[in-house]
Design a protein. Structure first.
Length: 244
């Protein structure tokens, strides 16, 4: 018999997939989440951002600012808890600030779009001047953004669910997972065939629709290129989805 996974009693948990600089989609989805939460005003509400807020899309800076601001003071999400996890794209931004030699790898994955959201337009020649761009980003990055990016965790738990950006390493106890795997892993996690200690909710690996397997639920629907940003809704033992 398949186990029914539960979130804590009286809770409604919303997990949001990879935003990648699409503030327009994030605001639209948060509006849907607010309308959904209004239908159950007695619930404890938790909104978990699964990481990769930045890169690829045009509004990385604004997305981070939106998440840092937290839930609104009024309305259905007032009093909600926002939890943001570190994705591999936040991780590589921090690597770039420490070592500009990671620039080519980051830029192949949309890092230049994140830098533009902080420093403005970057011409063709400057786009390959990694030491200069590192200095420009460091100067333009608000101190509260750097504190936020440096402090966000790689995992979060709610009842029978573990939330991580990329997944976990099979065969390793959940309390002993390497943060690198939580942010970066694909295989052997994606194709594992056995249940784990908790159901893992993750982003990182794009699929056209949410993927439910015996050990994982993947909700990265490629928002930056498809326009589809997905939230998983967990309430008691139930699961459903909201999407843009």
């Amino acid at each position: 018999m398949r186990r029914t996974h539960q979130v804590p009693p009286g809770s409604r948990v919303y997990a949001i997939g990879d935003v990648h600089g699409r503030l327009d989609l994030l605001d639209r989805l948060l509006g849907q989440i607010a309308a959904d939460a209004a239908q159950a005003p007695d619930r404890r509400v938790v909104v978990v951002f699964l990481g990769d807020l930045i890169d690829r899309g045009p509004d990385s800076r604004a997305v981070i600012e939106r998440v840092i601001a937290g839930p609104p003071d009024q309305g259905p999400l007032a009093g909600a808890r926002y939890v943001c996890l570190r994705g591999n794209h936040e991780d590589i931004l921090l690597q770039f600030l420490a070592d500009f030699s990671v620039g080519p790898r980051w830029f192949r994955n949309g890092g230049l779009e994140a830098i533009r959201s902080y420093v403005g337009e970057v011409d063709g020649l400057l786009a390959h001047d990694y030491p200069r761009l590192q200095k420009m980003l460091y100067r333009a990055l608000p101190s509260h953004h750097l504190r936020f990016l440096s402090s966000i965790p790689a995992r979060h738990e709610e009842g029978d669910y573990l939330f991580a950006h990329a997944g976990v390493r099979p065969g390793v106890a959940l309390d002993r997972q390497d943060p690198y795997d939580l942010m970066w892993i694909r295989e052997p996690f994606l194709s594992a065939a056995e249940p784990m200690e908790k159901m893992v909710v993750h982003g990182h690996t794009v699929a056209s629709e949410p993927e439910e397997r015996v050990h994982r639920i993947g909700i990265d629907t490629g928002a930056y290129r498809t326009g589809r940003l997905t939230a998983l809704v967990l309430d008691g033992g139930g699961r459903r989805y909201l999407r843009t």
